[in-house]
Write a protein that binds this ligand. Sequence first.
Ligand code: NAD
Length: 323
Amino acid sequence: LSQVINALPRGRIAFVGAGHVGATAAYAIMLRALFEEIVMIDSNSSLAEAEAEDLADANALARPARIWAGSYADAAGAQIAVLTAGAAAKGSEDRLSLGSRSAVIVADCVRQLEEAGFEGVLVIASNPVDLMTLVAMRSTGLRQTQVIGTGTLLDSSRLRQSLATSLSISSGAIHGYVLGEHGDSEVAAFSTLRIGGQSLKSFVGDGTSFDAETVAAKVRDAGYRIVAGKGYTSFGIATAIVRICEAITRDENAVLPVSVWLDRAYGFSNICLSMPCVIGRTGIQHILFPDLDAGEETALRASAEKLTNALRKLDLPAIGRRS
Ligand SMILES: NC(=O)c1ccc[n+]([C@@H]2O[C@H](COP(=O)([O-])OP(=O)(O)OC[C@H]3O[C@@H](n4cnc5c(N)ncnc54)[C@H](O)[C@@H]3O)[C@@H](O)[C@H]2O)c1
């Protein structure tokens, strides 16, 4: 796999889905000058062309990149393909209810990528992202480690940001994870939080009242609040996509919580959900299993069970070719 991926031109990234998330992520990637070539693909070709032209205008004032609206054939040589095509939630619609609509789109896009000869790392943002990561995995011959769902990287960032504000500490100095489903059953694993090596409990001290449940609920419901106000979310997820792509293209071996295929972990198997993962050029290098307290482990199992049940409701045999 390393040989195949090392042979790909380093400089190309493809976005399949040029909607709010795809266009915003492409813009952020362009400003960070992470890739020399950015190709935008969408079934709405006028949209892909307009976004590519707008991005190319912006690129005149940034580090030069070649940006165009292309086809799956153009994605064949990409190091990374980011999938943001899918059904988007409206109002208070939860992510799992998008499952069947998104699964058909994701399976179709991934098959077209494969038919074109794509061999790089596939980053999935389409919701419900844990199920769509599994659908993507089952729809291709790529290895499981080459398919990464954005998962709870966004939720973990929201948690760190929320704590940064309430504790007056830089978010970069707060380490910790939201695990499990990217959605209503996600698990804010407070026992994993460290600030300067101290646990959250020890940092906050006995005298201060700190309501972990309120913080977790605020993080969990952030997507709904933002969708209620602006109709979609874009900057947070786009930046999570950029961070994953950066870890891949720079072969960082960064540890990020992302949705990954798990087998026989915490008592569940054959499911994708978020755990901290080491991410480098070929995708997932290792999955890490933090020590959780008993309540968090129970909540993680419940999250996996919820995803397993939702998965059963998708018509996967018709979609996927892997068991
Ligand atoms: N993982 C996360 O944290 C997160 C956050 C926000 C949004 N999302 C998800 O990302 C996806 C995109 O959201 P958005 O706001 O950009 O939606 P959007 O409707 O703006 O964009 C989706 C795009 O996909 C395109 N598309 C649909 N079917 C296609 C196909 N078969 N081939 C190619 N393109 C196709 C559409 O034309 C559209 O441009 C949704 O599934 C949404 O739920 C995920």
